[in-house]
Design a protein around this ligand. Sequence first.
Ligand code: IDC
Length: 480
Amino acid sequence: MKLLPRPSRRTLVMAGAVGALTVAASAAVPVASAQAATGCAVTYTTSSWSGGFTANITIKNLGDAVDGWTLGFAFSDAGQRVGQGWSATWSQAGAAVTARNVSWNGALATGASTSIGFNGTWSAANPAPTAFTLNGTACTGATTPTTPPAPTTPPPTTPPPTTPPPGGQTPVAINGQLRVCGANLCNQYGKPIQLRGMSTHGIQWFANCLNDASLDALADDWRADLLRIAMYVQEDGYETDPAGFTNRVNTLVDEAEQRGMYALIDFHTLTPGDPMHNLARAKTFFAAVSARNAAKKNVIYEIANEPNGVSWATIKSYAEQVIPVIRANDPDAVVVVGTRGWSSLGVSDGSNANEVINNPVNATNVMYTFHFYAASHRDNYRAEVERAAARLPLFVTEFGTVDYTGDGGVDAASSNAWLDLLDRLKISYANWTYSDKAEGSAALRPGTCAGGTYTGPGVLTESGALIRDRIRTPDNFPTA
Ligand code: IDC
């Protein structure tokens, strides 16, 4: 059955919050001077290694809605230090640690949670803190109403408002943790699904296109299921600032999660084409992002964008060294492996998918990358994708409506032929790019990201308009 077009996710979240507040208000005594009910629950989990650790913290607001929060806790060993943090502004004075909300996670409705974390160091021991406060209230896991309910308060006469199904109707709420089944990507019900979404441009260049308004537009107006986070390794990317790029990727994972979208973490190797050149960096990067995001359901790892000038055997060897690093932290996440000839399944090098079919990566829950640029890659590539899709789980983590340079005119006929094929085969895809670069593949017109408006007439290029029309049609996510 086709689902109806999704309503705005913003609205769903708001409706849930209003509903919860309505219940609380109807049960409370009508005292004019009533103060806000407070309460919170915190989970703190770490993965640590000699001298270092990653802490993931989830804060749940059990009291009335807040707009702005401060989390406090204290370390109990003198050697414990907060290093790089994410999704909060972190500070430490002596043993006392403080985390303040950032702009996008300050509002916490009753019952809402947010996840933050940091990488830290330790020397003698690394015990978890045992006491936390939120806006000064001890997080005991219980609510403390400041005005106790009167014993005679009658129960509400009307049933509480219907709360949306857990997590609402977003792609992640419906599909949950993904896994590979046979040659498909399957959801939590074991049913094949297709995710449709957009790739960022290089986050070192077009960070200004990734903000609350643009990501709201992608989730609500485009109804995208997926955000691919293109983190170049060279070209002023990751290699110039590993900690900074790791943080930026983690923040984008959170921003996708908050909008119910999957996040595809793209280790965007391109030049040089041999992924082994970046093997050590890949291990460091994926160790960090997989530890930090292990508990999330919305993360997919893409370990090498476009291997080129290198054999499948080398790519496979690279994959078999990087995948265990991810699995050690995040055992159930899907990993996508690049293929030969700029992720053409070898076709652009005069080969074909048999080299992968006959010699697959020695790991489970793995998919293989296929990329195309519609004005450059046509029937012979489509035929190979159709043939390979029966044998290999494929993921089109990047494609363009234009030629392989990323520029030039849109080839609408070839683009639509490709997308019809991917829809029919339920192959997930991300389009290059959700940016306003002055090049044919960009979805947004030049100057859009400086303006702050991402919906309505006037912001989309020809490519953007074509792709938005294709992405925003109702999803078909089976739930049984
Ligand atoms: C291109 C961008 C372009 C940028 C260039 C830098 O569109 O603005 O200057 O990268 O390297 C790919 C790559 C992707 C390319 C894209 C278009 O994955 O990084 O982006 N492309 O050339 N493979 C085939 C095409």
